[in-house]
Design a binder for this molecule. Structure first.
Ligand code: IPD
Ligand code: CA
Ligand code: CA
Ligand code: CA
Length: 265
């Protein structure tokens, strides 16, 4: 394993174990609301601290972009961190959440680790070296037709600007795919697309920490990741469509006619 990925895995497991231990006391946690349906608990913050400490201990000069504490440092190497992706699930005792850590070097994603502590699923990728679930190589789905495809998504619940377009796209996938799922942790939706559990995934308004690690997993698993218009601005806009090459192409055909100007980036 690449030494930088090794460090990311160490950080993700530490944070995951901290989250797992805290899952028994969700009713006693301090929780605040950042915006509509965006909660943050003391566990999110503690997990983030653990991750940053672990990464900076190994690489003190690297920069950080983390959901709860923002940016620190200035470097060609930037760690992009979601300490607890799926906070709403976590706070309700729904076992679908993960730690997501990616490394970007000169603007290119090079390492990814996503750890699901409830299932002990560790998803990893290094640019050019494939994607793995635990020790097993993973690849995107082989399904050919959208009609047979299971599509993951997430609702635009923190930003209702895209509601109408989203619902129109949702309605069409409801009719034209074999099913839609909204598990509630974008990093795992992407990891599950990398393993072929989902044939494709789309969502609007995500943040770099929701997407970065999952995007590298998918490309390393042979899949495609783009913005909703087929371009490459998904990390910046947070509007994302991903899947196996065949399903991704069919998804874009459904999505594109519904896009507003704001969703085209
Ligand atoms: C959220 C989850 C969710 C997505 C939201 C994200 P958080 O992340 O990834 O699936 O739909 O947009 O904000 O806040 O639980 O880390
Ligand atoms: Ca959040
Ligand atoms: Ca998140
Ligand atoms: Ca989070």
């Amino acid at each position: 394993m690449h030494p930088m990925l090794n460090t990311a895995v160490k950080a993700a497991r530490r944070a995951g174990n901290l989250i797992h231990r805290a899952a028994d006391k969700i009713d006693h946690l301090t929780v605040t609301k950042k915006s509509h349906s965006d909660y943050v608990s003391e566990v999110d913050r503690a997990a983030e601290q653990t991750i940053i400490e672990t990464l900076l201990e190994a690489y003190p000069s690297h920069a950080i972009l983390a959901e709860e504490s923002g940016t620190q440092g200035d470097s060609d190497f930037v760690w992009i961190i979601d300490p607890l992706d799926g906070t709403t699930n976590f706070l309700h005792g729904v076992q679908q959440y993960a730690v997501s850590i990616a490394l970007m070097h000169h603007g290119v994603l090079t390492q990814a680790a996503i750890y699901d502590p409830t299932k002990n699923d560790l998803f990893t990728a290094t640019r050019g070296r494939g994607a793995f679930l635990n020790d097993r190589r993973i690849r995107v789905s082989k399904r050919i037709q959208l009609a047979d495809a299971l599509i993951g998504t997430g609702f635009p619940y923190t930003n209702f600007d895209h509601e109408e377009a989203y619902l129109a796209i949702f309605r069409e996938f409801m009719k034209k795919s074999s099913g839609l799922r909204r598990p509630g942790a974008a990093s795992l939706d992407l990891a599950w697309t990398a393993t072929g559990r989902f044939d494709g995934f789309f969502e609007t308004g995500l943040k770099p920490w929701d997407i970065a690690a999952g995007a590298l997993l998918i490309t390393e698993a042979g899949g495609m990741v783009s913005d909703l218009n087929g371009g490459d601005s998904f990390l910046k806009s947070g509007h994302i469509c991903a899947g196996s090459p065949l399903i991704h192409e069919q998804m874009l055909k459904i999505i594109q006619p519904h896009l507003t100007d704001a969703l085209k980036a």
